[in-house]
Design a protein around this ligand. Structure first.
Ligand code: AMP
Ligand code: MG
Length: 341
């Protein structure tokens, strides 16, 4: 198959909508990461998503809506707390888990009676759904297990020859995936931290449970896609956590560097980056605050992979605000976590 990589002009969005209506695959920008979309009600088209990504069918997809008014086409028995969150955060990086509408195929939900839904805050994603007049099932537009795509080039690198169209909408704004909240339980639970922070959710609905991801404990998780190893770069990555993280990272760099390894580091702009560079690392600067780190962390891993580093070192950024989502992704991307509390 020949993949067309196109700018997101109105004409190209209309063309992509026709492809979707005919059962094809279109990768498109959202505010979080690029999505790989198909008509959510067309089982054959949805099957093609899993094949193109190499994603196991046990990992359910998020159904994208063009607005809150479409919610009852995807979900039933919607509790007041879900409406409260949807009204506050949609369009935006919040995915809600709700009892599914019978018309949503079981392939989309991996056999579950619940469905994940969200309204993306991106003009191209919204225009595409409005033009196609369909619900779009879309996971991230990368090969399964690898780093999520935050630019059209990333999608091209992973999926060219596997999808009909990639709509280029530039770099994505948030950079990490949506927050997944199960509102079918009381109190609601965060199944996956993401672009809408725990603090933002609690301001609206009060205390919320955060299910922390534990390595090797994926069996029996309430969210089937929450595998321990995910979002990973090709090079081996080591994450340093705890009070001594900067020091142990620096020590590790010194050892690996003197053993002749090409070491990449994901670091904050400024002193931290300068010092590590002087110590011999290939430094990818993620910016100076959590918003920038989230926006650039996946691109950073891909960049270091493309430079052929043997090893990637990074450190944790805490749990407040976007720190929690960044910790979740780095922990799952890492081959090893060094915890020195
Ligand atoms: P992705 O599309 O790659 O952002 O992944 C979507 C994630 O949402 C999945 O990997 C699951 O963790 C979660 N998810 C989707 N549907 C459900 C569901 N019905 N119940 C719980 N979690 C879900
Ligand atoms: Mg994904």
């Amino acid at each position: 198959m020949i993949t067309k990589l196109m700018p997101s002009t109105p004409e190209n969005i209309t063309q992509a909508a026709v492809v979707l209506k005919n059962g094809g695959l279109v990768a498109f920008p959202t505010e979080t990461v690029y999505g790989l979309g198909a008509n959510a009600l067309d089982v054959d088209a949805v099957e093609r998503i899993f094949a193109a990504k190499g994603r196991p069918t046990a990992d359910p997809l998020i159904v994208h809506l063009s607005g809150l008014s479409q919610l009852d086409r995807a979900a039933v028995s919607i509790p007041p707390v879900a409406l409260k969150l949807a009204e506050k955060f949609w369009p935006g990086p919040l995915t809600l888990i709700l009892p599914k509408q019978p018309q949503i195929p079981h392939l989309v939900t991996s056999g579950l009676e619940t469905v994940a839904v969200r309204v993306p805050a991106h003009p191209v994603a919204l225009a595409l759904m409005q033009s196609a007049e369909i619900l779009i099932a879309a996971p991230s537009a990368n090969r399964f297990g690898y780093t999520s795509p935050t630019s059209a080039q990333h999608v091209w690198d992973d999926l060219s020859g596997r999808v009909e169209i990639i709509l280029d909408g530039g770099n994505t704004q948030v950079g990490v995936e949506s927050t997944v909240v199960d509102v079918s339980t009381n109190p609601p639970r965060i199944l996956r931290p993401g672009g809408i922070t725990r603090e933002m959710l609690e301001d609206v609905i009060g205390p919320i449970i955060v299910l922390s991801h534990q390595r090797g404990a994926e069996k029996g998780l309430p969210s089937p896609g929450l595998l321990a190893k995910h979002y990973a770069p090709k090079a081996k990555m080591i994450l340093f956590r705890g009070r001594n993280a900067p020091q142990s990272l620096a020590n590790h760099l010194k050892e690996a560097h003197s053993a002749g390894q090409k070491v990449g580091v994901l670091a904050l702009e400024g002193n931290e980056a300068d010092t590590l560079e002087l110590a011999g690392a290939v430094v990818c600067r993620l910016g100076a605050d959590l918003d920038s780190v989230a926006r650039q962390v996946y691109a950073g891993m891909r960049l270091l992979d493309s430079l052929g580093v043997d090893l990637i070192l990074c450190r944790d950024f805490g749990v407040s605000g976007l720190g929690l989502a960044i910790r979740d992704r780095l922990t799952r991307a890492a081959a090893r976590v060094v915890n020195e509390d």
